[in-house]
Design a protein around this ligand. Sequence first.
Ligand code: HAM
Length: 432
Amino acid sequence: MKHPIGIVKGTFDVLPHETKKDELWKESFRWTYVEQVLRTTAIKYGFHEIRTPILEPTELFERSVGESSDIVSKEMYTLSDRKGRSLSLRPEGTASVSRAFISNRLYAIPGIHKFFYIGPMFRYERPQAGRYRQLHQFGVEAIGTIHPYQDAELIDLMHQVYQKLGLKDLCISINSVGDLPSRAAYRTALSKYLMPYRKLLSEDSQIRLDKNVLRILDSKLPQDQEVLKNAPLIDEYLSTSAKNHFQTVLNILDDLNIPYQIDPKLVRGLDYYSNTVFEITSGQLGAQNAIGAGGRYDGLIASLGGPDLPATGFAIGIDRLLQTMLKQEVYFPKPPTLDLVLIPMDAQSSQSAFKLASELRHRDIAVQVDLSGKKIQCGLKLANLIEAKAIAIIGQNELTSGKITCKKLATSESHTFSMEHLIDNLKGWLYA
Ligand code: HAM
């Protein structure tokens, strides 16, 4: 036997059934359910679905997420195509949606543009619990308004999603990274404070000190945290308009009774943010505890060659969302099941069963014919395993009499139908 080919490190399969107790979040019916809740909630808030390619020009992420960000400098899956063009698997969705917005000249349509997306992203990170190289995000982006109401609406949407999914004890952290002048002033102050401590910082943070000092605030390493203890905070450097913007967002959240906490050190690891930034964490996820995050990115569309339009958005990691849901033992609907399993006893009955199944499916009845050719007991076992509603055996007796007996598995109740009545009456009997 040839050796089997394994799965790429940091990726996983989403399967119909999963037997390992702590990996039930990989079951496909759970993904379908969560995606359905995400979709319908986004639509209620006026967002429309957008689907962009997984492959984009590398330059798109260099110019948006930022060349010095961890994502671009260390984590992108980049390849050269046959003509030598540098392409990358998208590490996130905001840059792609902005690119699509510009490429398709959607700005020609007046008004606020509200998009949502669901799909895989790729980051070459060190895999660990909750951190994958192919991760899955649900994201929303609202382009065209500077209004703080838009930021608050996004946080409200994120909060609604968690409530609809029955999640508890999540923490919303929020901060403002200010507008460009506020950030420039803060950057100077932070560099000035950190320079004398250069040698005490981690190797990565020493590089960040020269390239992008704000990134040091993202570090979770104790040696960096120690140096940062007395560092200046960004709120002291916010311009009046940035302060007002932030305060209005907080006022609206208060008005909506959405709990949050201000985290003055939250700056986020992507370059494009301005003003509001936020993150949602769960105490149940260990080190990788962010379920979702986002913020305003007012300069991004212009920096990618589009018109100067403000924008704001967030993304939720669906993988982590599902893991938290299972840890919190929230409600999941039952997986879809079959209405009927038909068990034929010989070749001739198989042919009739197959035709009957096709006719029933045309009437929206979910049917499977047990084509395994094994004993009736095997067919029954299969029907029980998938929790089918009913079974019916078709053999020579049924073919000669033109009658077929269906049996409900849960109650053992049975009913004999004539073949011609079965198609019209089965559904009524099953769901009576
Ligand atoms: P991000 O913070 O890089 O933001 O990712 C958002 C969420 O994706 C995280 O909070 C986390 O739940 C999930 N995530 C990120 N990396 C991984 C990973 N390696 N494994 C599992 N889950 C992961 C963005 O991507 C921005 N584009 C969000 C945004 C939209 N900002 C404005 N609009």
